[in-house]
Design a protein around this ligand. Sequence first.
Ligand SMILES: Nc1ncnc2c1ncn2[C@@H]1O[C@H](COP(=O)(O)OP(=O)(O)OP(=O)(O)O)[C@@H](O)[C@H]1O
Length: 273
Amino acid sequence: MALTAISNENKVTSIESKQPEQASTLFDVRDLNLWYNQTQALKQINLTIQQNNITAIIGPSGCGKSTFLKTLNRMIDLTPSVTTTGDIYYKHDNMLADSYNPEQLRTRVGMVFQKPNPFPKSIYENVAYGPKIHGIKDKKILNQIVEKSLRDAYLWDEVKDRLKDSALGLSGGQQQRLCIARTLAIEPDVILMDEPTSALDPVSTAKIEELIQQLKEDYSIVIVTHNMQQAGRISDQTAFFLNGEVVEFNDTHTMFHEPSDSRTHDYINGHFG
Ligand SMILES: Nc1ncnc2c1ncn2[C@@H]1O[C@H](COP(=O)(O)OP(=O)(O)OP(=O)(O)O)[C@@H](O)[C@H]1O
């Protein structure tokens, strides 16, 4: 299978090279394979993820999208009986190496899940939690972080008068924006999002999509989505996964208008999946 990657200049480039990618590459995934016990879930994945881009991961159920996302911050380590081969360079360090510190990686690579999962604490404490864990005790600084994170997550105006209320009293869409604010509070480089709008109504979905596009200014985003329109609307690059392989990885416009593989064409046009 011919695999291609899009450089910052939007030229199709070969990723056969074993040299580190250019400075704007955040993740450089090389020959990644992953097994759950004997079952191979990811097969020879090669792709690069660029800074300040939105990269969408699409594909039918069970094709390995979430597994791939969880390798990017090594949350997959928490699943017993997983083995991997290959390399993932994060800012030029191989973060799959035994010597690499996954805790540190997770402070740089935050994650937002399909179902909003706020802690059963106040709105304020949900956002302050990460910075507190990282040793910030000064109340004034914490207040600033909480306000900025909630503003950046487009939630401040809706919650500024009820910061001490339980986060569980927020609507689903507000809870998801709170989870994004909680991620922003630790100032990551990357936000991984696993179907972040699939449990939300269309209005909340539109707000989160707008937010994601805004966040691209300061963060890099990798989003798993089942929603083709969403991938087409918000992402810069799209990877199409099928049976654990990357069938096609390209800039989103090309992928949706001139897919190079007939399986991509069929999936995008709803013929399977
Ligand atoms: N903890 C696990 N133990 C064993 N197999 C697993 C585990 N998690 C996922 N798998 C298997 O790995 C494959 C890929 O699963 P994954 O959840 O990554 O797919 P997905 O594309 O995200 O699916 P969906 O769109 O349904 O969420 C599937 O065959 C799945 O059954």
